[in-house]
Design a protein around this ligand. Sequence first.
Ligand code: 13P
Length: 337
Amino acid sequence: MGTDLTSTAQAMVAEGRGILAADESTGTIGKRFASVNVESTEENRRAYRETLFTTPDLADAVSGVIMYDETIRQSSSDGTPFPELLAGHGILPGIKVDTGAKPLAKSSEEKITEGLDGLRERIAEYVGLGAKFAKWRAVITIGDGIPSTGCINANAQALARYAALCQEGGLVPIVEPEVLMDGDHSIERCFEVTEATQRAVFTALADQRVSFEEMVLKPNMVISGKGNERQAGVEEVAEQTLRCLRRTVPAAVPGVAFLSGGQSAEVATDHLNAMNAMGPQPWVLTFSYGRALQDPALAAWKGEASNRDAGQQALAARCKANSAASRGAYTPETSAA
Ligand code: 13P
């Protein structure tokens, strides 16, 4: 007796499939474009997203695409609105609904994600535009004396209020509490902070009557800080991430779709594969990568229409590799071409 939202949540993490995060805000996509010398005009952003979304057989590995407000209102060059184009290929259209991580008052280095004002009305509009799920990202920074309990709880509260509004309005919420890998902290410290964050998030979700069956969790992996001298290997990251999730994530949640968070495309695939190779877990483990899926595609496309096929092939290669990793069946050889 599953609800529509339960079926959507299950479809988002269906076997062998994951989510393409293509919801960079105008500012963020501008930075990504600058890295390959592409000017960030509305037309270039549209053309880039059209290149990604029309990749042949994208739906084999991708269950859903997260878009930004500008993108969900754009169309392909033949005039098909992007949500309709994706749905026509069997891909669920999704929308980022937070309005960004802002400085937390009286804490110079911590962030609080905003976007609750008017959210009920915005959700109704996005449902009208064809969205089936939404995303909200909270950012937790590890540093000297941080994160504070106040920061974790404020972000957990906001995530829970967002998730409840989504379910009320007919969208499956992706709940994304991201503990950043920036910093020189150890993997043990990342474990501690990720565990505390996820505990706070699930407590707040329960307080706001969020149905666990009708959501997807998008967490960071438990990983060494970028600047830490001991970089934990693939098996250790997989073990510690699973140990953390088992302590905090109710079995009623259908799936966990990881963010890549600045890991290289290959390492993000290796980590996902290692976790899935460790045997069945209470939830599906898959990907909801942004950079780890798109970076090779963006580098191949470089803003040139003549590079469209090369960009699509690069995206397809990452999708294929991560689809295999979501089954624990990835090897570099099986995924070549
Ligand atoms: P990355 O995989 O690049 O971290 O992006 C995922 C995402 O949606 C961040 O909010």
